[in-house]
Design a protein around this ligand. Structure first.
Ligand code: COA
Length: 385
């Protein structure tokens, strides 16, 4: 009998050439390209193609993909109707899971993977991928208006992916610096090897289920507090601390109560998460560009990180990607409960790359178990129990 490892910790679930992490050195690379270079030079649109196709696109390939994304931003009137009927108090991740799953009702059998034929059909895979990546941003932005009782803002095909999302979300053409920061955030969240949500893509994809239900399952996995969602808590924590001079007392109190500091620590990294380093630089740039006129949370965050480094570095606990992303999203006017939905929008690229990789060499997942129940026994009639 093979050894049972809770959570499959350390058990390879697949072979993949999409991304790689070196947790000791603090390196993350997509298709061999370091995340720092992608954050500096790439765009979310280009990073999607890199993840999906395995290579940097030519100018013509990127233009075509970008055009396809722009043309696929609108969602059907019925989806909008469905969203309007959801309770406005519901969490955005619940809305997103429902809305993405419902797309499968509108793009059914003809495009479905019946018989597995689509495993060979790269056009089908590409077209579905475009629909999902383009529409997830639309649906998250639409929800912000619908849940507040307004009509959603119509997408604009002349704007980039990040610009259009912020435009649809806030109703205003975004500040170019904030749009670029969002673009970098999307790049940084687009992929991160095999985690719970990506594993669910492999499992669901391996049954040849409709891709919309594959991505809906991944959204469900990401919605759990042990996976997505820490950045929402970071913002709550920074607000609670309030001013930088209260950071030390707060951190020490939490640590002595054996509570976690949100946005600190990562199972894969024993050093600072490279994505947090990039986001921290963006925070500094934004503070400088605004002449220091930013939300007080920025200063509180910096002080919390300094204190945590002093108290937690010996345990290999440093800031993770969630530590700075939330405050940047807040600066864009995005409420905290939407942060995980933005994570999902970005991660759709990685999920779909893994879906495609799974289909290319598919075998249905069917793990085994270690049975720890009763031995064989005879049925007892109800009158004798
Ligand atoms: N705050 C305070 N202490 C922390 C900590 C944090 N955020 N993260 C880890 N530690 C401490 C643990 O208490 C433990 O201390 P001990 O050895 O004295 O018991 C030690 O560091 C090792 O932590 P462990 O829980 O074994 O690490 P893990 O790899 O199992 O957990 C996380 C990783 C992400 C679950 C954990 O760091 C965490 O809960 N972080 C906060 C939530 C968060 O930001 N999640 C987003 C991840 S992207």
């Amino acid at each position: 009998m093979s050894e049972y490892l809770p959570g499959l910790a350390g058990v390879p679930a697949t072979k993949s050439n999409i991304s790689d992490i070196d947790g000791e050195k603090g390196i993350l690379a997509y298709r061999g390209y370091p995340i720092e270079q992608l954050a500096r030079h790439s765009s979310f649109e280009e990073t999607c193609l890199l993840l999906l196709d395995g290579r940097l696109p030519t100018g013509a390939e990127l233009d075509l993909f970008d055009q396809q994304l722009r043309e696929n931003r609108r969602v059907k009137y019925h989806i909008r109707g469905l969203m309007k009927n959801l309770p406005e108090s519901g969490h955005p991740m619940g809305m997103l899971q429902t809305a993405v799953a419902s797309l499968g009702m509108f793009y059914p059998a003809k495009e479905c993977l019946i018989g597995g034929d689509a495993c060979e059909d790269l056009n089908y895979i590409h077209n579905t991928t475009v629909k999902i990546i383009a529409r997830m941003a639309t649906m998250v932005a639409m929800w912000e208006h619908i849940r507040n009782g307004y009509d959603p803002v119509t997408p604009r095909p002349d704007l980039s992916y990040a610009e259009n999302f912020l435009y649809m979300f806030t109703g205003r053409k975004p500040d170019p610096m904030l749009a670029r920061i969002l673009d970098v955030c999307l790049i940084l969240h687009a992929e991160h090897t095999i985690n719970a949500s990506t594993f669910s893509v492999l499992v669901n994809g391996s049954t040849l289920a409709n891709p919309y239900s594959v991505i809906a399952a991944a959204i469900g996995a990401l919605s759990g507090p042990l996976h997505g969602g820490a950045n929402q808590r970071v913002v709550g924590m920074l607000k609670e601390i309030g001013t930088p001079d209260r950071a030390e007392e707060y951190v020490d109190r939490k640590l002595s109560n054996k509570e976690v500091i949100w946005g600190m620590g990562h199972r894969e990294y024993q050093t600072k998460d490279p994505r947090a380093t990039i986001l921290q630089k963006l925070v500094d740039e934004l503070v400088e560009a605004r002449g220091g006129d930013v939300n007080p949370m920025f200063e509180v965050a910096k002080q919390v990180e300094i204190i945590c480094e002093d108290r937690l570095a010996e345990k290999g606990v440093y800031a993770n990607v969630d530590f700075y992303s939330g405050i940047l999203y807040s600066e864009m006017g995005i409420p905290a409960d939407q942060f995980t939905a933005i994570f999902a929008i970005a991660r759709s690229a990685g999920w779909l790359a893994h879906w495609r990789e799974q289909l290319a060499d598919n075998r249905i997942f069917r793990p085994t178990q270690v049975y720890i129940g009763e031995p064989m026994r005879d049925y007892v009639p109800i009158a004798q129990r």
